[in-house]
Design a binder for this molecule. Structure first.
Ligand code: AMP
Length: 211
């Protein structure tokens, strides 16, 4: 069985886009903690109401909530996952390693990218909620403006995809990522890929990494 993949990278580094592509091309399942939280908000659950303002500000939801949400939504006995958006700090990294994956073969893939590129990428990001497709108004525009190529649904801009929140999210990421990278590097589990290249180039590297 292929290794479980843990995608690490700043918001806008292309993790979500690449995860979608990999799911289409392989038997991987995608689990995105950001998507799980947005679903909870959409359904108006107690958890959703509790995390909404934290997400809108670009801050992190507490580790316990995130770990429970993750555990409740993954089935490691029968699926091979791409973990996207979890772990976000060293505490989550240790919890994922010892209380979720528990010795299951896994690899961490770090999408390395210059933060300057990211603000432009994220503010131009548009998503289709139903199909999960991610567009970029400059590099990957939809064929019909404002509509998803696959489902035809209206594209939306995530509420936290504005410049101010992006800058907060980048800072939150930069403050927490080094120990996470160190953890995986020390265990020989880390693969770093240059995520500043085109989506096709990044995907080709990713396919090699997952072999
Ligand atoms: P994302 O879609 O991964 O960019 O996540 C969007 C927002 O959800 C983040 O800015 C956080 O507020 C929250 N979030 C997602 N994953 C986590 C996590 N592992 N730990 C804490 N907060 C998270």
């Amino acid at each position: 069985m292929a290794a479980q993949l843990i995608f690490l990278g700043a918001p806008g580094s292309g993790k979500g886009t690449q995860a979608n592509k990999l799911v289409e091309a392989t038997s991987y399942s995608h689990i995105s903690t950001g998507d799980l939280l947005r679903e909870e908000i959409g359904k108006g659950t107690e958890l959703g109401n509790r995390v909404k303002s934290i997400m809108d500000e670009g801050k992190l939801v507490d580790d316990q909530t995130m770990l429970e949400l993750l555990k409740a939504n993954c089935d490691l006995d029968s699926k091979t996952y791409i973990f996207d958006g979890f772990p976000r700090n060293i505490e989550q990294t240790e919890a994922l390693h010892s209380s979720v994956l528990n010795g299951i073969d896994s690899k961490a893939v770090y999408f390395k990218i210059n933060p300057e590129v990211i603000v432009e990428r994220i503010t131009n990001r548009r998503i289709a909620k139903g199909s999960g497709q991610i567009y970029n108004l400059i590099t990957k525009p939809p064929r019909v403006p404002g509509k998803c190529d696959i489902s035809g649904e209206d594209l939306i801009q995530r509420k936290d995809d504005n410049e101010e929140t992006v800058r907060t999210r980048l800072k939150v990421f930069a403050d927490a990522i080094e120990p996470v990278l160190g953890f995986y590097r020390e265990k020989g589990m880390l693969v770093e890929i240059d995520a500043g290249r085109s989506s096709e180039e990044v995907f080709n590297t990713l396919i090699e990494v997952t072999k």
